[in-house]
Design a protein around this ligand. Structure first.
Ligand code: XMP
Length: 512
């Protein structure tokens, strides 16, 4: 079992970033709900514990507290922000609410040499975000660094290996933050660098072989990053015992089916079953204008088609999915914050239950960028690894109102021009999503001295880091001009192109 750095989550917006920073140092790190017991942690082969920051205050009666026994395990503990205050509070120091809230950049002055701050400059800029402050050190602790507002910005009890940082070393605004983590990992916890994608491939391939045995695995391949990397990894482990199903629902982009087919069949010799169910989907969508009804129909037909397409495959026992780590991290509500409730683990519309299949999720320990690194090691091309997200209901929610083959064809051409120009200019890889939307309005135009009365296309190009919030991307005018000119000149049936300049919120990324 890999030695793990446990990050106890007290609701900080940076908890996942802490785990990422540690993994970047080639050390495995896992996030646990703050309420995990010391006994459970021992079973997890933990070699260091990090208490994350969080929105609460130790001065509140219902403040989230860890199991106090963690301080008796003989394992190093590092508290960050709220985590530092927890250490102080639980080990009989004193925390008080401060008149001066420290938010954003602060200058940290290092006053004493230590293992934790080894190699750190005497004066660095750090990122703070706290209201309370430590006013009396617990017994056995000493201060290592100060800020204008706090004499105890970094503290340690070197004998017991307990450390606290009032600032956030995981954010990029903190200078030498990674060095501080490295000191904790290698000088204090004595971690080994054994977390790498090649080691992960080796152990996961072995694990998949043991779990699957001689049975068969099916996987719904969408062509997106997660399902593609999951497919490549499972294929490496069990070869032809994996069958991938790619459903063409008639709502894909230009040449998408052929591209996917060529990539996986030719380059990976992967067992790929391409099901052309376009007609079935389009018949069911005929005349449907409401976006939520479109989604429900597509979800239902997808399950029917998928079930149907695996009937002929023998000994199917597993359904593989590209579920990622952020979808499986369990947390407990903090300060009544509902967004941190336990997340539902499987988002497959009831598929496995009905089909009595066991789930195989080989990416469930990985963050998105680790999945990309893994895919790259497995030889997947850049176009797959850096593909922008594409919604399951496909172009049906980008043809506003009812969907027809004719409208889809117009949208496909316009969309492919937009993507082509985005890729040529490299902006495709800089934005979160860029796509065209076909509007249900006609506009008057003039082309070659003739009056036209044709369709309008909107361009939706957004920047985002997680799709929760987004802003429209400010692209060079000549690029926008080129896209607009090409769409109007090359796509019959379009005489006007508009640019969507709404942010999310209040808008959403998709139009429907
Ligand atoms: P919105 O439009 O809600 O989109 O701002 C956020 C992200 O989710 C994608 N999206 C979907 N993905 N099924 C999906 O698989 C859907 O029904 C769906 N609706 C939106 C959208 O493309 C964006 O990345």
């Amino acid at each position: 079992m890999t030695r793990t750095i446990a990050v106890l989550d007290f609701g900080s917006q940076y908890t996942q970033v802490i785990a990422r920073r540690i993994r970047e140092c080639n050390v495995y790190s896992k996030i646990y709900p703050y309420s995990i017991t010391a006994k459970q942690l021992l079973k997890e082969n933990v070699c260091g514990i990090i208490l994350s920051g969080g929105p609460s205050s130790v001065l509140k009666s219902k403040a989230p507290l860890p199991d106090k026994q963690i301080f008796k395990l003989g394992i190093p503990v590092l508290g960050i922000c709220y985590g530092l205050q927890l250490i102080a509070y639980l080990l009989n120091g004193k925390v008080a609410s401060s008149d001066h809230h420290e938010y954003g950049r602060t200058c940290l002055l290092i006053n004493k040499k230590s293992k934790l701050l080894h190699g750190i400059k005497n004066k660095i800029n750090v990122w703070n975000s706290h209201g309370d402050k430590l006013i009396k050190l617990p017994r056995g602790f000493e201060p290592l660094a100060s800020t204008e507002n706090s004499d105890f910005a970094v503290i340690q009890n070197e004998k017991k290996d307990f450390y606290g940082l009032q600032f956030h070393p995981e954010v990029s605004h903190t200078e030498q933050g990674s060095e501080i983590y490295k000191n904790f990992l290698f000088k204090i916890c004595k971690c080994e660098k054994n977390w790498s994608m090649s080691a992960y491939i080796e152990s996961t391939v072995q694990g998949i072989r043991e779990i699957v045995g001689s049975k068969h695995v099916i996987l719904g391949l969408s062509g997106g990053v997660d399902s593609s990397v999951a497919a490549a990894l499972i294929h490496k482990a069990i070869g032809n015992q994996l069958t991938c199903i790619f459903v063409d629902n008639g709502l894909l982009r230009l040449n998408e089916r052929v591209t996917v087919e060529q990539l996986y069949k030719k380059n990976f010799q992967l067992n790929l079953k391409v099901v052309n169910a376009s007609a079935k989907f389009l018949v069911k969508l005929k005349g449907v204008k409401d976006p939520e009804r479109k989604r429900k129909i597509i979800g239902k037909v997808f399950i029917e088609v998928f079930e149907d397409s695996i009937k002929s495959i023998k000994d199917v026992s597993f359904l593989a999915q590209g579920t990622l780590y952020p979808d499986v991290i369990e947390s407990v509500p903090i300060d009544g914050n509902p967004s941190s409730l336990i997340k539902s683990h499987h988002n497959v519309g009831g598929l496995p239950k009905r089909m009595r299949l066991k789930l195989l999720e080989p990416l469930r320990e990985l963050f998105k960028d680790e999945v990309r690194a893994l895919g790259s090691e497995l030889g997947l091309p850049k176009e797959v690894l850096w593909r922008q997200p594409f919604p399951g209901p496909g172009l049906s929610i980008r043809v506003i109102s009812d969907v027809t083959r004719h409208k889809l064809n117009i949208l496909r051409k316009a969309d492919s021009i937009l993507l082509d120009e985005m890729k040529k200019s490299k902006f495709y890889y800089k934005v979160w999503q860029s796509f065209a939307v076909l509007l249900p309005v006609k506009s008057v135009g003039v082309m070659g001295d003739k009056r036209t009365y044709e369709n309008v296309v909107a361009l939706r190009i957004v920047e985002s880091c997680d799709a929760m919030t987004a802003d429209w991307a400010n692209l060079p005018q000549d690029l926008l001009k080129r896209i607009s000119n090409r769409i109007i000149n090359e796509v019959r049936g379009v005489n006007r192109v508009c640019l969507d300049i709404s942010s999310k919120p209040p808008g959403t990324i998709e139009w429907e």
